[in-house]
Design a protein around this ligand. Structure first.
Ligand SMILES: [Zn+2]
Ligand SMILES: [Zn+2]
Length: 238
């Protein structure tokens, strides 16, 4: 995975994607460091190793933020909190589910999602481990107070509490708002499941209108705004 350093106003923000099997976690390093998502359980040490290799001390991590409440994103949050002392944050709409360990899956967007649902999940809700969260937020969050230049916006649709990070220097991290294909992972697709396809499209528009140069997704990608916009236009018209 390639690390990216983006300059802005005499400053630099470094984004380090970490591949954790089928999903990614991101280290965002500014004055302090924010970790975005954590993969399935058992990835705490691997993320810590990446911090170490990039000369980031565990105590420099100011926040562990979850793009949404699915186990492939929050599985190692507890481990990382123990190792760094940083608080875990999630949007209120997904926090309620996490308390009970419920992963709300919703509606499949295509054939593959339908197969996964009928084989493994069967119901709209999938029970996994619960997670205690430290910061629950309702609206946009300014990340400056956590030492990173950027903000969090609510981008519901994959789940009700899905969020995206809009960072200085033209970088967006969008979780499962959009994903890459299994064969061609730079080709954008809808996520396998959605809580609300109309909200998802509105959230995609919201991100595209901010014109990020690069859109990092948790599965596949990254994408440019132009490619994401073209996908959305075609997806709406057919
Ligand atoms: Zn998800
Ligand atoms: Zn995911």
């Amino acid at each position: 995975m390639i690390r990216l350093s983006v300059p802005f106003e005499n400053n630099t923000l470094t984004i380090i994607p970490i591949k954790l099997g089928i999903v990614k976690s991101f280290i965002v390093k500014g004055k302090k460091t924010v970790i975005v998502d954590t993969g399935y359980a058992g990835n705490g040490n691997k993320i810590l190793r990446y911090l170490n290799e990039n000369f980031i001390k565990p105590e420099d991590v100011s926040l562990i933020i979850l793009t949404h409440g699915h186990i492939d994103h929050y599985g190692s949050a507890e481990e990382l909190k123990e190792k760094t002392g940083a608080p875990i944050a999630i949007h209120r709409s997904d926090a309620e589910y996490l308390k009970k360990g419920i992963n709300y899956m919703g509606t499949p967007t295509g054939l593959f999602g339908r197969i996964v649902k009928s084989l493994f999940i069967r119901t709209d809700e999938y029970i996994s481990k619960s997670l205690k969260v430290d910061i629950v937020f309702d609206s946009d969050v300014d990340l400056h107070e956590f030492g990173v230049s950027g903000r969090v916006i609510h981008t519901s649709g994959h789940t009700e509490g899905s969020i995206s990070l809009i960072l200085s220097g033209g970088v967006a991290i969008v979780g499962d708002l959009i994903m890459g294909g299994f064969l061609f992972n730079r080709v954008p697709h809808y996520p396998l499941f959605v809580s609300d396809i109309f909200k998802l499209r509105e959230s995609m528009k919201k991100v595209i209108q901010l014109s990020p140069k690069i859109i990092y997704a948790s599965h596949g990608g990254p994408f440019t705004s132009v490619i994401a916009e073209e996908f959305l236009r075609k997806a709406i018209t057919y």
